[in-house]
Ligand binder design. Structure first.
Ligand code: ATP
Ligand code: MG
Length: 394
């Protein structure tokens, strides 16, 4: 019996114009996610991707779990394929689903014939396969409204596919179908979740992390790389830029208004991120900010940071509270890494009494008084250094 995986396409099927690009993206994501699980053939027909093992060593169950996480796939099923011959289907269906049918009390057959040259109609197939199953499992009862098991039979171009009810896929849109975003990735819980949320809407991601050695350690840097390695399961390959931020931070500490240190530093981070985003084709900045979570995430602080750049800033977790964000972090397996207790550059040099409601005017004034020319020069050279340190995470 030849088992394979069927991935049914979601929202993207509606996007007529870019359909072929989306599908190419999706095929790439699928291949990438299952590449360590054996040899598979991946191909598309009739709005469905088929993933077919090429030998018996390929891990179909493992691949099935992986593809459930790929954005752009609405539903998935594990199926057995036979030739398009009624007797063959009637023979195989009860054998393939033996264990499930054995344990059930009620079932129904739902047939779908997209190959209209098949001599029987959908209703007739359902009825006759139902009868064949009942002959083998006389304890079963047919329940068309609320069956414990639905046996699906799809008569398609390449064969007849038999499987249980479809399972939901990850939904969303395929990665890269909505442009690219530059994620500001700290080592915390929120920003990896922000990456996941935007990837769900089809953004590909590049990540920018600010490090301030020697105040931040090599372990903190390694932690961010590990987070990227986890997130790429959802986002696809990404570039990670680690910005050496020490000089800029020291400049702000030595020349800025102490109560505004955090906000001035965040404006610098935004400008450097926008600079890298422009150079690498990203059209938006993404952060893991959640309104009111900390002093730098009040409405006035956000107003002051937004004003430092022209790009739109996406904050997909802005309205979520920590438990909701944490639930997603656990689901995407970043939580345990995020809670490792290494220092972040944002927590060094912070003043004892930061202003929580700075006005944009006073922030802009404080920035000017630092000497904009020198500040921007340091920011530019930090961005250039970060480019040299680019890491491609797969
Ligand atoms: P997170 O859990 O994502 O670290 P947080 O609750 O610690 O967030 P902040 O430290 O105020 O909050 O950071 C808010 C956002 O700023 C982060 O979600 C991230 O997008 C960005 N950010 C913070 N620190 C860094 C950093 N070192 N490098 C890049 N981006 C950062
Ligand atoms: Mg943080």
């Amino acid at each position: 019996m030849k088992q394979l995986i069927m991935c049914y396409l979601g929202e993207m099927a509606l996007k007529g114009l870019n359909k072929s690009t989306f599908e190419a993206q999706l095929a790439k994501s699928i291949r990438r996610r299952i590449k360590n699980l054996g040899q598979f053939k991946v191909y598309k027909a009739q709005s469905t991707f088929y993933i077919e093992p090429e030998d018996e060593f390929s891990d179909v169950d493992g691949a099935f779990e992986k593809v459930k996480k790929i954005f752009g796939i609405a539903a998935v099923s594990k199926a057995v394929v036979t030739e398009k011959n009624f007797d063959k289907i009637a023979e195989i269906a009860p054998i393939y689903l033996e264990d499930t049918l054995h344990d059930a009390r009620t079932f129904k057959v739902a047939a779908k014939r997209s190959d209209k040259s098949f001599p029987m109609g959908s209703l007739e197939i359902s009825k006759e396969i139902g009868a064949a199953i009942l002959r083998k499992f006389p304890h079963l009862k047919v329940d068309v409204h609320n069956p414990q098991v639905t046996v699906m039979v799809e008569i398609r171009d390449f064969g007849a596919y038999i499987h249980e009810a479809k399972q939901p896929g990850a939904g969303g849109m395929p990665v890269s179908s909505s442009g690219k975003g530059a994620l500001m990735l700290s080592g915390g819980i929120d920003s990896p979740v922000a990456a996941y949320m935007m990837a769900k809407r089809g953004m590909s991601i590049m990540s920018v992390h600010f490090a301030s050695p020697p105040y931040t350690s090599e372990r903190a840097r390694q932690k961010v790389i590990t987070l990227c390695e986890k997130v790429v399961d959802y986002t696809g390959d990404m570039n990670l830029f680690i910005v050496p931020f020490t000089t800029v931070q020291e400049y702000i500490r030595d020349n800025g208004v102490p109560e505004l240190f955090t906000i001035l530093m965040r404006r610098s981070m935004m400008r450097i991120t926008e600079n890298l985003a422009n150079k690498y084709g990203a059209g938006a900045i993404i952060t893991g900010e959640s309104l009111g979570q900390v002093a730098s995430q009040t409405l006035s602080a956000i107003t002051a940071t937004n004003a430092s750049v022209n790009m739109p800033i996406f904050r997909p977790v802005i309205g979520m509270d920590k438990t909701e964000i944490t639930d997603i972090a656990r689901k995407i397996d970043t939580f345990e890494t995020s809670i490792l207790p290494y220092e972040d550059c944002c927590t060094i040099f912070t003043p004892p009494h930061p202003k929580t409601k700075p006005s944009l005017e006073e922030v802009v004034e404080a920035e000017k008084s630092m000497g904009l020319e020198e500040l921007f020069r340091l920011e530019e050279s930090a961005a250039v250094e970060a480019e040299k340190l680019r890491i491609n995470v797969q």
